[in-house]
Design a protein around this ligand. Structure first.
Ligand code: 5GP
Length: 112
């Protein structure tokens, strides 16, 4: 069953999209946890980091590259955090691989 992120890719539900190419889509999180909170997702339906196969290597690499480019375009010159929650212990709620780009405030460590 397609996740809510597939519906965003397919433009069935709206999102504030900041970047798109053939591989990835990036859009602002609906419930931001930092002044900048953008989700970078592969267009390919991959559920989580646990579901990666070797053929996904370029896709995931592209998502990370895109995150870095967006961080620069958002002016996150003092740093930022890139997070991928995986599974229930990791706090993943949406079953479509995504990277959270968080910035614009000082992050704490360790995360909760
Ligand atoms: P997870 O907990 O799975 O790592 O993160 C899922 C993220 O997706 C959450 O930060 C949540 O706010 C965001 N999210 C859930 N539904 C929507 C939606 O419909 N639109 C957008 N833009 N973000 C969403």
């Amino acid at each position: 069953m397609p996740s809510i992120f597939t519906k965003i890719i397919d433009r069935e539900i709206p999102a504030d999209i900041v970047f798109e190419d053939d591989t990835c889509l990036a859009f602002r999180d609906i419930s931001p946890k930092a002044p900048t909170h953008i989700l970078i997702i592969p267009k390919r339906e991959i559920m989580s980091l646990d579901d990666l196969s070797d053929e996904d290597e370029q896709t995931v690499g592209r998502c990370v590259m895109v995150a870095s480019k967006i961080a620069a375009s958002e002016g996150l010159t003092d740093g930022y955090r890139l997070v991928a929650n995986c599974g229930s212990d990791g706090g993943q709620e949406v079953p479509h691989l995504h990277f959270h780009l968080l910035g614009g405030r000082k992050m704490t460590w360790p995360p909760g």
